[in-house]
Unconditional design. Sequence first.
Length: 384
Amino acid sequence: MNFSKNRNTSRWIIISVSFLIISLILWNTYTFFQIFKNEERLKMNLWANAQKTLKNAGETTDLELPLQIFSNNTSIPLMLAENDTIINTVNIDEEIVKDKQRALAFLSSLKDQNEPIIIEYAPGKFQKLYYGNSALLNKLKYYPIALLLIIVLFAGLVYNFYRSTKMATQNKLWAGMAKETAHQIGTPLSSLIGWIELLKAENVDETITLEIERDIERLQTITDRFSKIGSEPKLESRDIVEETLQSYDYLQSRFSKQVEFSFKAPKKSIMVSINPTLHAWTIENLVKNAIDAMKGRGKLDVTIEEDGENIKIKVTDTGNGIPKKQFKNVFEPGFTTKKRGWGLGLSLTKRIVEEYHKGTIKVLLSEIGKGTTMQVSFKKSNLV
């Protein structure tokens, strides 16, 4: 408990320090931007004064300094205008200057970037100096955005790494627990098989021992399922109709007569590469989920259809239905609408179908108050 609390405290400290560092970087960037912007305005004031000196120059005026100021500006774009007429341009593409409409549009953009500098070169006579930001200043302006994008990308990578590591650890834990469960069930199963032999020797009613044997076989199947979690299952070419029918028959015999079962499939063998144990688990999860949705009363249809190279198994119930926005959520671990349950059934089913059998599973259609159809699809030959 204390370890978990200390770990959460450390995370918040790291997040807070990171946020403080980011804030300082952004604040310093903004400060540098304002300093450079003020320096460029000072340069433009010097340029304006040089222009005023040149305008009023006489024979004895020293023009060396104004001309030097003009020549030193190689990065800041500017336009000198009088009564909205452009008189001079510096550091602007000649193609723009030659085109009057483009020149006026560029002038308008300069007005948006900075306040113009007014030059009174004679009493009552004014010129306006419009200037834009230099390339360096524009780059600095977008630097915080680039920095934020890099930080967000880095945070996303860290989060994905942490999440994948956590999921891998959880998967190992669940696989270990599943294998241990299978091991623990195996011991009493062996004992039960021995007791069955004793009952047979005592000439107990054969129907009783037969039903017990069926349930023991079922427990052995469940043990086999759990033992396969976390390892790559072996796929075999099996008749998908026969394998599905076996699971269907077992489940039908174990549920209340208030559930009306129906099974439809082609009258022929259809070979698909599957793991029989895990496929039976898939059908069982879908059927049980459908019966839970109907609260143990309604109509349940299992249908197998051929669609070109694909085989589609549909399980339809007459339950409450699923809202369309939750079609994908039903396969997420922990998602459940029941008061009891871990919400792992459909999540496990999705993993069995898509990861182990390279098939697909989805909510084909659902209508609130009318029912749901789940669909599993396999390739006829998906064993590589």
